[in-house]
Design a protein around this ligand. Structure first.
Ligand SMILES: Nc1ncnc2c1ncn2[C@@H]1O[C@H](COP(=O)(O)OP(=O)(O)OP(=O)(O)O)[C@@H](O)[C@H]1O
Ligand SMILES: [Mg+2]
Length: 473
């Protein structure tokens, strides 16, 4: 964080200071007391199981300069606030306004799928033009976003913020903490449909980002998603469109996948054309890359520099289409960070483009889909068979709809004839352990295995076990 006295922190966060007002925060703002170093500011969050305020003595022992907490503590200046999360947001807002006065450009990214992927691409592109803050991972809520803002310093030129929402008003709140100059809306899908209730409400909520933009700002809208381009009338900012169509301001032509399922295309923007060869896996990254390109152009980069930086950008955050090859020739694609119907289809499309003996999809359930969950799973199960996947292993009781759908599609197709002695191509297992057992027995050289489910099912562990398995054999 920029250097602030505890008195300044108290004024910004709206709290009562108990302790030395002249103590100075010289380090970072952290919520994990175990990570604290001398000069840091500790934000003691009230948790479900533990109360961060219990760790104020540990923060003092670690040499923290002070804390934001619900109660004072001996030996440590504490800004006492009723709600540390809200106070963190206020502090970040005040710091952000100071950085903006110093010329900081802020990009906000929202959408149902691909926020982290796009943030990672854009962070690397903007870093080619100047100091950029765009942390690894998915810091997109009312804790992660202010922490990201507070990790920027006076030398930071560009700040890339991921903005997530689980309901109306969430994005507007994040934009009040740090109003973006450039707002990117990727897509409106069915992530968190259960909480939102309908796709219309999701669209209305994601659109809060473009409503927050200033008139001199830029809204980057995906013209290939009708609900996203439909947000254009809701912004005072200049609208830049992205997509595959001829009308998009920033578009991709001649899109092709190489034999590692990485996209290559020609970036057309500002009357120029430049080749791009992405390092990240899956055709869905073309849309993410176009959004990142449009944001970087709005931030002042040239099309040539953007294309070169996109081509050099690698995967940054874990468990998103992470492709690893075992010593025995089995390829494991770990996309287990999260799952919704759109990202499942994107991952399956990439799987079927990867060369191999057999393409195997090991899929757990998609969470938070609300009342349509069962139908979504059945539909996806059908699509897995249609996509030509050689073996589907659905994992866990919540994923049984995938199995049902796949069986239905297969019997509607060729009747499901199975070669004698071969494993049935549609399998359901109760849990991760059973999946590992089945796959350990089944996998052979040149098989490609996609592992994906919603975060709460923890299938990244299965991917790790599969890789460890290969090392052992
Ligand atoms: N443009 C896209 N369209 C569809 N699926 C995508 C797209 N970009 C990424 N994905 C898929 O969505 C999954 C999540 O990607 P990513 O982490 O970038 O999204 P996110 O929006 O940050 O998710 P979260 O809401 O969990 O933070 C990945 O596993 C990837 O396969
Ligand atoms: Mg994310």
């Amino acid at each position: 964080m920029i250097e602030l006295t505890l008195a300044e922190v108290a004024a910004a966060a709206g709290g009562e200071l108990a302790g030395d007002p002249s103590a100075v925060v010289t380090g970072a703002v952290r919520t994990d007391s175990r990570a604290l170093a001398a000069g840091d500011l500790f934000v003691a969050l009230p948790g479900e199981r533990v109360d961060g305020a219990d760790f104020l003595p540990a923060a003092a022992a670690a040499g923290a300069a002070g804390a934001l907490a619900t109660r004072p503590a001996p030996g440590l200046p504490v800004v006492v606030v009723p709600d540390p999360v809200e106070a963190l947001g206020r502090l970040a807002g005040a710091v952000h306004r100071r950085l903006v006065d110093g010329g900081l450009v802020t990009v906000g990214i929202t959408g149902s799928s691909g926020k982290t992927s796009t943030k990672d691409l854009l962070g690397q592109v903007l870093a080619a033009a100047g100091p950029t803050v765009s942390p690894e991972g998915s810091f997109n809520n009312d804790i992660g976003l202010p922490l990201t803002v507070l990790s920027a310093g006076t030398g930071t030129r560009s700040l890339v913020l991921e903005m997530g929402a689980r309901g109306p008003g969430h994005i507007a709140r994040l934009c009040r903490i740090a109003r973006p100059d450039i707002g990117v809306v990727l897509n409106v899908g069915s992530a968190h449909l259960g909480e939102f209730g309908s796709a219309e409400v999701i669209a209305a909520s994601k659109g809060e980002l473009v409503e927050a933009l200033p008139a001199e700002g830029t809204a980057v809208l995906n013209a290939d998603d009708p609900r996203v381009i439909g947000m254009a009338p809701r912004t005072a900012a200049r609208v830049v469109t992205t997509g595959l169509g001829a009308d998009a301001d920033v578009r991709a032509v001649d899109v092709d996948l190489d034999d590692a399922a990485r996209a290559r295309f020609t970036l057309v923007a500002g009357g120029e054309q430049h080749p791009v060869a992405l390092q990240v896996v899956g055709a869905h990254h073309v849309a993410n890359a176009l959004s990142a390109a449009a944001a970087a152009l709005a931030a002042g980069m040239t099309p040539g520099a953007v294309a070169a930086a996109l081509s050099a950008a690698g995967p940054r955050s874990r468990w998103r289409m992470e492709v690893s090859r075992r010593a025995d020739g089995v390829t494991v694609v770990n996309d287990a960070y999260n799952a919704n119907p759109e990202s499942m289809r994107a991952a399956l499309a990439a799987l079927t483009r990867l060369p191999g003996r057999r393409r195997i999809a090991v899929l757990g359930a998609m969470g938070e889909l609300g009342t349509g969950a069962e139908a979504e799973h059945t539909r996806l199960g059908r699509d897995v068979v249609r996509a030509g996947v050689d073996l589907l292993v659905s994992v866990g009781a919540d994923a049984v709809g995938l199995h049902t759908g796949a069986l239905a599609e297969r019997s509607a197709g060729d009747g499901g004839g199975q070669e004698d002695g071969a494993l049935d191509s549609v399998q359901h297992v109760p849990d991760r352990e059973a999946a590992l057992q089945l796959l350990t027995a089944e996998l052979g050289a040149d098989d490609v295995v996609l592992v994906k489910a919603s975060r709460s099912y923890g299938l990244e562990q299965l991917a790790a076990d599969l890789l460890a398995d290969g090392q052992a054999s």
